[in-house]
Design a protein around this ligand. Structure first.
Ligand code: GLU
Length: 486
């Protein structure tokens, strides 16, 4: 059987989008499942929109997600180069082949002439299709146009190719995801395969690259379906096998519009900056259009690869539920060992002077604050009160310390706690007795604890109180409690 070879071919005109990450993942899974190869090709022919920063971002993001490629610009491979801009000398030969076989022709129309054609179509409320004005120019006519200084673009002759290989204008193909799809190719228009400056267009370069890189299956977003018809005709005109195509539904925002920055992060690197774990992100992305057979959604990429069948990908659009991703992220955070978690939290603790805490107290702080973390970045706020001498009260915290009951509780706390030995076990015991005493005075234990917590942390809820007192230490605790007393 023919070797399975798939590819992801991002255009570096931005940071790696989650949608591209999903396309990359499905290609990667398909390769894994079939013992095939996963190729990375950078499609950087649009020089104005391309930047090295975006290329680096694509590399880094794919690697962070664990989507390692077998062949690509950095690792090389038998069918390189894998960066399109380094392949410009490859394309002219194939353009010439199509010119010679009559499946392509030179077009001398100026941008103004083409604009006028388009304007006429719009005025007549007709979809624009190139008039084929240049299809049958004689050698003499061409020579004359050349003499005027015009440089031809090369157009693909759709009708000619279609009629040569199919007996109707309808082109049909069997999509791996969507099943049978078809289109009337007379509506496509003779598209340009090489611009007048000699540069290949996307639809042409992609076919030549996929052909030479021996790509067996092209899996990509459904926004490329209309390109697929053009590409199939080019393969046929070149006389080479056509790969199988599979088109994935779109990813929509919860409001069903196109996912964009106004909904939240869209680039993988932005999710990472916000405190998402790449393990959670890739797990979540896999579920956009695919469902595990056992219904168990939390899965590693390796586990997903075992279970993955391309025919089971949903052909409809998927909704990007940020809330579900957050839930998954919190799940993945809980799975991390203390060591891994601390390592990943470090970037979010940069504003604090960590030397204020011993290693033991740092560990304790993380241990008692990790449970509610949804994003790694939540840690910044969660540990704020462990640092510095004074405490910032939030609104409830301020209200709480100002009540008469709290003031009485705090005075008593300062007096009693002075004599406490500051160990976990002892603090447990002493606080228990302290609460018991105030209960006898008719104050509910939770009200007693609110007063202490608000004075020491500025807040009315948060981590385990004994742990907090332990980490903050006796001196700072008492100072804060004293300052809270009017
Ligand atoms: N560079 C194209 C894109 O980013 C690739 C499309 C394809 O997979 O053929 O949309």
């Amino acid at each position: 059987m023919e070797e399975v070879r798939v590819r992801i071919a991002p255009s570096p005109s931005g940071n790696l989008h989650v949608g591209t990450a999903r396309t990359a993942l499905f290609n990667y899974l398909f390769a894994k499942k079939n013992n095939g190869k996963f190729v990375l090709r950078i499609e950087d022919t649009d020089a104005e929109r391309t930047s090295q920063e975006y290329i680096d971002n694509i590399f880094d993001s794919l690697k962070a997600l664990g989507l390692n490629w077998d062949e690509g610009p950095d690792v090389g491979g038998p069918y390189g180069p894998y960066t399109q801009s380094e392949r410009f000398d490859i394309y002219p030969k194939y353009v010439q082949q199509l010119l010679d076989s009559g499946f392509a022709y030179e077009c001398f129309c100026t941008p103004e002439e083409l604009e006028a054609e388009k304007a006429e179509a719009t005025a007549n409320k007709k979809p624009y299709v190139y008039s084929k004005k240049c299809e049958n120019l004689t050698e003499e006519e061409k020579a004359k146009l050349r003499a005027e200084g015009r440089k031809p673009a090369i157009r693909f002759n759709i009708a000619k190719a279609q009629r040569a290989f199919h007996d109707t204008s309808i082109l049909e193909f069997d999509d791996l995801v969507k099943g049978k799809l078809h289109m009337d190719t007379d509506l496509l228009g003779d598209f340009v395969i090489q611009k007048s400056n000699g540069a290949p267009t996307y639809n042409f370069a992609v076919v030549i690259d996929d052909m030479l890189m021996k790509i067996s299956h092209v899996i990509r977003g459904e926004d490329h379906i209309s390109n697929t018809y053009k590409q199939i005709l080019i393969y046929e005109a070149l006389g080479v096998p056509v790969p199988r195509f599979g088109h994935l539904g779109m990813i929509l925002a919860p409001d069903r519009s196109k996912l964009s920055k106004r909904h939240g992060a869209t680039a993988v690197s932005d999710f990472v900056k916000q405190g998402y774990l790449t393990d959670a992100l890739i797990n979540f992305v896999a579920l956009l259009g695919w469902a595990p057979s056992d219904g168990e959604e939390i899965k590693t990429v390796d586990e997903i690869a075992q279970d993955f069948r391309i025919g089971e990908i949903s052909s409809s659009n998927s909704i990007f539920e940020y809330d579900k991703l957050k839930w998954m992220n919190s799940h993945y955070i809980k799975q991390l060992s203390m060591e891994e978690l601390e390592e990943r939290l470090k970037p979010y603790l940069e504003k604090y002077d960590l030397t204020e805490l011993s290693k033991e107290h740092f560990d304790k702080m993380i241990e008692i604050t990790r449970e509610p973390l949804t994003l790694l970045s939540d840690i910044t706020d969660a540990v704020e009160y462990f640092f510095g001498e004074d405490v910032n009260y939030d609104e409830k915290g301020r209200e709480t310390i100002e009540t008469e009951v709290s003031q009485n509780v705090l005075k008593d706390f300062v007096e009693k706690a002075q004599g406490w030995e500051w160990t976990e076990e002892n603090l447990h015991e002493k606080l228990e007795v302290f609460r018991g005493y105030w209960k006898e005075q008719g104050i509910k234990p939770k009200v007693t604890m609110w007063a202490v917590r608000a004075a020491v942390t500025g807040r009315t809820c948060g981590a385990d109180m004994v742990g907090i007192l332990e980490v903050i230490g006796k001196e700072k605790t008492l100072n804060r409690a004293k300052k809270a007393i009017k």
